[in-house]
Every structure is written in C-alpha cells, then in structure tokens.
Design a protein around this ligand. Structure first.
Ligand SMILES: [Zn+2]
Length: 378
C-alpha cells in the first residue's frame, strides 16, 4: 500500500518536473491532483448572524474562484459546547448562528473539502468544557508543566492525553461533529502534543512514570525516557481516533500538522513520523513558515526526506503568522518549490492574511488551472 503511495508521489514528482506546462491554461486535458488549502478561524467572521453568514459565503466564493479545494476551520471545544450551552457563547460567539455549519454547507456546494482543525491537547483554559463536570469533563485531566508543578500552580491550558477518560471525551466530541456535519470530509489535528516543553507532570503522569521507571518524572523531565513517555498518551489518542474514523463511511481523511523537524516536535509528544510509518495518517501538514525562500526550501526538503515514503505531505506556507509574514512574490515561489520537491499540496496560514491581491496572483500564477483534491488512499 505504501509502495503504491510512494509510486504515486514519484509519478507526480516527475510530472511536476518534466512537464511544468501541466499547470498552463492551455493544457486542460491533464487533470491536476493537488491539495490547495487554507487554515481559517471562525472568529474572523462577524458575530452578527446576517453579516456573518454573508461573510462566510463571500470567503468561500473567493477561495473557490482562486481554485482552492480545501478549507480547514479551527474548532475549539468551546465552540461545540456553545452550540448547546449559552454559557459558552462569550468564548465562541459565532456558534450562535453556527458559522461552522454555514461554512461546511457553502464549501460543499462549491466542491471544496472541509477538514475540521482541532487540538485534543492545548488551546484550553480553566473554563474549557473538558474541565467542566456539567459537560462531562474533569479538572483532573489538566496537564501540568514542570514550572507550574514547582510553583504549585495549575494554569489548565492543556489536556493530558494519558487520562483514558479525557481521550474518550475528545473522541466523542470529534464524532459528534462528524454526526452533526456529514459533509465534513476530514479531521485535521493541530500540533498533536503539548503546547510547551517539560510537560506533563500531572498526578497520573507522575504515578505511571514512577511505576515504569522507579524514578520521579519531575527529576528527569528532559531525559529520553521522559520524551518516550510523553508520546504514550498522544500516540494512543491518534491510534484510537484513526480506528474510529476507519469505521465511518465514507472514511474521513485523517491528518495532523506540526513543524518540519520531527525530532524537535517529538520532545512535545508529537510523534507524527512514527504514526506515518504505521500508516495511520492520510497526509502530514508541515508548517514550513518562513519569509526566506532558502529557509522554506530547506524545511521542505528535510520534511519530505523524512516523510515522503510514508505518507503524502502538504506544505504549509506562512502568509502571516505570529512569527512574521511572507512577501507575495516569495509566496508564489514557495508554492512552485513545494511542488517541485514532491509535496502533494500546499496550505496557507491563514485565511485572514490572504488579500484579494494574493488571490489574484495565485489565480493568474500557480493556481491558474483548477485542481482536484488528491486521492490519498489507494
Ligand atoms: Zn499528565
């Protein structure tokens, strides 16, 4: 199975390099299979229902016209809670008119896939529903960093996936979204590990680690044993989610994102290279954000060398992110470079930073010809 995927990758690599005019408008007979996606925040839309719905339609239309075929909306647990509990509307105001439902419907009408973008570990707060007993949650599932533990604090920004009930809670939430929005085509997991280093030293983690190694986790938080230990809960969550998605018809596309360097990410429990080797991922999205073309190219080569034989890679291009922004001519070159190196798609971060100028340049340049979403499984 992987061999076939690899051959497809090789074939597409050859077609990109030997026949660059595949992308020209005068060669419509050759169908292009390439993901062209964008990460999008539902908070970009107005909280006013009429205005917000109009903005969703316009956003989907502009991406469709520029030949995009994938939108990944950021969905917090708070958003899901707010669909049924008004106490969460202040945290997720667009849930009042179900911005996600509008987006899924509009995108489906235009043949654009929607992959729900969700984090099972971080972007949480003490008020998050996973810590709220009224929503079946439990404050005891909160992950703790070593710093918090030593200061006897509990900032409750992450969930510790070592807790079996916490995993079940998150899996149920994802399944509830697939039930509610049957036109959703995929689940895309945000950086599948902890949001910061030296985690997690919650009570359960300390207890299990001590039983395994006979030593205190807090005393060896930067050790290889601790790195392996951090990957236990995250791997179990990914394995279970993959298993549940496999039983659905049609089977949703399953992916995770992270940085270009697996060894660094693994220290946060983000063991995506191993999951790809096990055949669990339909694609990996590598966030290769850099305003510098050479750095972007180096990130892309590193990640593709690690991953290309295990699963398709979609390359994330940073339009505007917390670390900077990329000039439009460089963005266009990065798209071509990702293709040339063998990526099966490009994803932009994020919708908010993409102007009409960006869309026109893509439509007149690398996205001139429309593309269908690639077949990721044989
Ligand atoms: Zn823990």
């Amino acid at each position: 199975m992987r061999k076939i995927t690899f051959l497809v990758c090789v074939a597409s690599f050859i077609s990109f390099t030997q026949f660059p005019d595949t992308f020209a408008a005068d060669a419509p007979s050759q169908e292009i299979k390439e993901a062209r996606g964008v990460w999008l925040h539902l908070t970009d839309f107005s909280t006013n229902a009429a205005q917000g719905k109009l903005e969703v339609r316009q956003a989907v239309e502009r991406f469709a016209k520029a030949n995009f075929n994938l939108i990944m909306p950021w969905v917090l647990s708070e958003y899901v809670a707010a669909l049924t509990d008004t106490n969460y509307l202040s945290a997720a105001p667009t849930a009042a008119w179900d911005a996600l439902g509008e987006l899924v419907r509009e995108a489906h009408q235009r043949g654009i896939q929607v992959h729900i973008w969700y984090s099972f570990t971080y972007y949480k707060s003490p008020r998050s529903p996973e810590f709220n007993p009224k929503h079946g949650g439990n404050p005891g599932w909160a992950a703790r960093s070593l710093g918090d533990f030593k200061a006897e604090k509990n900032s409750m920004t992450d969930v510790c996936p070592l807790h079996p009930e916490a995993r079940q809670w998150e899996l149920k939430l994802i399944e509830s979204l697939l039930e509610r929005y049957p036109q959703v085509s995929g689940i895309h997991i945000e950086e599948p590990g902890f949001g910061y280093p030296q985690s997690c030293v919650c009570e359960l983690s300390r207890s299990v680690f001590k039983n395994m190694h006979g030593r205190e986790l807090a005393d060896m938080i930067d050790s290889p044993e601790s790195e392996d230990f951090r990957c236990i809960g995250t791997t179990e969550f990914i394995r279970q989610l993959r298993g549940r998605l496999q039983h659905r018809k049609p089977q949703p596309v399953f992916s995770v994102n992270g940085g270009p360097h697996w060894r660094g990410d693994r220290r946060l429990g983000r063991d995506w290279k191993h999951w790809a080797e096990l055949g669990w991922l339909d694609y990996y999205a590598s966030q290769n954000y850099s305003a510098n073309f050479g750095t972007f190219s180096s990130y892309t080569q590193t990640n593709l060398n690690d991953m290309k034989s295990h699963c398709p890679v979609f390359v994330g291009i940073g339009v505007k992110w917390s670390g900077g922004e990329t000039a439009l001519p460089v963005i266009l070159r990065q798209v071509e470079e990702a293709r040339k190196l063998g990526a099966k798609g490009v994803l932009f971060f994020s919708a908010k930073g993409i102007t009409e100028e960006h869309l026109a340049a893509l439509k007149n340049g690398p996205f001139k010809t429309s593309a269908t979403f690639p077949l990721l499984r044989p």
